[in-house]
Unconditional design. Structure first.
Length: 184
């Protein structure tokens, strides 16, 4: 059973890289990712558990594929041609960037945003502030971007990336990163 994923992405939802070589090279250098499983998926490296902090009492994380095809924790790198919005069943309504009140009807807003991600502006029903919904504050339950690193099979809020990992991603890409959680 898939429990969810930790998603790392540049803070700028419109940031894209021409190649993934720098990111994968840096992640291998700090031993965050290991052997390549296919074009976009990797086993986790030896230092994964030092670069991701787990909360609570000794979580059980399956780090390798099993014979019975159970879900296991691995890295998936997903570049996109244009920004997309990722959400899950754990997604909460975002807050307005100005008045901080919750924005209801966000599902429709994000559907419309997908048609013109660069130019779309949504107006807050509470204060009339206009902003691109890609910049909404989702409180780590959703996000937008063009480049995503999925750490698969991580329950929401179960883990968080270390400062070293976020700094490595920033160094490799030239842009600051953040994270959120998606539960299918």
């Amino acid at each position: 059973m898939h429990t969810g994923r930790l998603v790392l992405t540049p803070q700028d939802p419109f940031f894209a890289l021409p190649t993934l070589d720098g990111i994968t090279g840096h992640l291998r250098q700090i031993d965050f990712c290991g052997e390549r499983l296919d074009q976009r998926r990797f086993l986790l490296g030896e230092r994964f558990l030092q670069l991701i902090s787990f909360m609570g009492c000794s979580p059980h994380i399956e780090l390798e594929p099993t014979d019975d095809d159970r879900s296991f924790c691995h890295l998936q790198i997903l570049p996109m041609d244009q920004p997309i919005f990722l959400q899950g069943r754990n997604t909460n309504p975002p807050r307005c960037g100005k008045c901080r009140r919750r924005i209801q009807g966000w599902e429709r807003i994000m559907e419309e945003w997908q048609e013109q991600p660069q130019d779309y502006q949504a107006t807050c029903p509470h204060c009339a502030h206009s902003q691109n919904p890609a910049h909404y504050q989702w409180r780590q339950t959703a996000g937008s971007g063009q480049l995503f690193l999925y750490v698969e099979n991580i329950f929401p809020q179960e883990a968080q990336p270390s400062t070293r990992l976020l700094n490595t991603l920033a160094e490799a890409s030239g842009a600051p990163w953040h994270y959120f959680f998606i539960q299918d």
